[in-house]
Design a protein around this ligand. Sequence first.
Ligand SMILES: [Zn+2]
Length: 280
Amino acid sequence: MGTVFFQRQVSLASLVITLVASDNSSAAQTGRSSASSSAPITVVIDAGHGGHDRGGIPGQSVAEKEMTLDVAQRLRNVLAASGYRVVMTRDSDVFVPLGTRVAIANSYGNAIFVCIHFNATKRAGASGIETYFYSRDSLPLASAIHYFVTGGAPSANRGVRRRGYYVLRRTSVPAVLVECGFLTNPTEAAYAQSASYRQKLAEEIAAGVRGRNSVGSAMSTTRVATSETIPLQPYMDQTKVTSSKHSKSKRSHKKSARKKKSSSKPAGSEARSGSTDREG
Ligand SMILES: [Zn+2]
């Protein structure tokens, strides 16, 4: 308990630092070099699942935990080569609890958190790329990553979505979760199993990380990015969507059970079934 309290204090402190730092970076937005020289950012890369948690849905042939780790490691290499300080929440096939993943991200004041996942659902036809965020601070990062990944991948664009996933809600730094396609879709599973495609995903995610400070401040109808501006993406707010017991904390699960939503199929039902793995 004492540790939890301490962590909360630390994350509040880092939140303040983040606010101060983002002031600096917007002031220095035109002078690209000054932002990087003042306080180097740490990119915390979170490869979804691992160890006994294989990810995906039961009976899925391609193990999500292997694909996420490989993309995460490639992303680390790309970002490290561009001079970023990178931290991995896991770098091998081990199980890391969600709370630990969040604590790692929150232990860096000036950081961003990028979670790598692949989607899964019983409907084999479901396909496409989704990018999730929760805090408003995270929308520019989500927009930039989604812009590049959907631009570079042949998969459908399933949009940016706001959702209260544990790893997004509990992080005190900008946090994004990318669903890099459906491993239950034969075409996307075939892509994912190609090393060159995973490298491409890593490079596009890295482009989003690099471009996060160049996202326009208002929703733009144009999809054309100039060299300076990446359009802020419109998003679906799915924070009211009821999730399975695995995808939310016990507390919010109880809350949603109390509301007892009549099961109107939400827009992101694929995402929801895909998400059952994400936090378990
Ligand atoms: Zn996952």
